[in-house]
Design a protein around this ligand. Sequence first.
Ligand code: 0X9
Ligand code: CA
Ligand code: CA
Ligand code: CA
Ligand code: ZN
Length: 309
Amino acid sequence: DFPPEDQGYHNYDEMVAELDATVADHPDIAAKSSIGTSFEGRDIPVLKISDNVGQDEDEPEVLFDCNQHAREHLTTEMCLHIAKRFTDNYSDPAVKDMVDNREVWIIPVVNPDGSVYDVESGQYRGWRKNRQDSGTDLNRNWGYKWGCCGGSSDDPNDETYRGAAAWSAPETAAMRDFIDSRVVGGQQQIKAAIDFHTYSELVLWPFGHTTDDVTEGMTQEEYDRFARVGQEMAESNGYTPQQSSDLYITDGDSLDWMWGQHKILAYTFEMYPANGGGLDGFYPPDEVIEQETARNDGAVDILLREAGA
Ligand code: 0X9
Ligand code: CA
Ligand code: CA
Ligand code: CA
Ligand code: ZN
């Protein structure tokens, strides 16, 4: 489990309990289901938040997913914070307006096995990948131009191992099936998304596989919208905005597939800290959770607004 001084973090079981408590407290606006199971058979829960939550209404849908990378535990807290804010603060008219006019999907732990493995000994392992064989980097296993461009590794021992094939990891396959399932009447219902990571305090947009702004699957107008909304979100949280490939090239990451396949306005946020000194940056003390998750409230609201644009 998390060490005693970091008990403010939710482990996998506590995350599930927190989602169950949210649903129990707010059954009219919150519902839990599962997108599938991990390699070791753990459930990957998803929370839906909206008015008339049991119905699939014609409202723009927004996706927040967290903890693709095992050691990035602050992101799980980010997803739980979003869930709590949109439910506990439902009496706030501004929150009610967002909840009533959107369908918000929250997946706090995309990589349950890796997340559990990282903390189970009581000492942080610095683990990144899933737990399939020697581990696949889930954020190199998505199927848009998988392995195309030198932005991932074919060596199973590397930290950015892309897997034997696109979607070879059950966790990414579950994400794909869930997002594909939101195509209703030929239209992708999810209009915008944030995939939360740590760390470096960045707002990133596609593509990751090429440094070109305009390329197959991205017009100048589309790129400009990514940059405009990305910059606006970055102004709200003090992060640095940039195209993801300007950081480094990746292929098979979630962002490229969400946009390339489904035209979802998809961002990657790299959360606190800005500079972490290697592995330490993945393990900020639990005392920062509240500040560093609330820090993104404005950006989350901007994304919800933009999902309706
Ligand atoms: O490398 C990743 O998967 C992400 N960074 S992390 O330190 N959390 O592992 C960044 C993915 C964003 N895409 C690109 N930078 N191209
Ligand atoms: Ca502490
Ligand atoms: Ca609704
Ligand atoms: Ca809907
Ligand atoms: Zn990451």
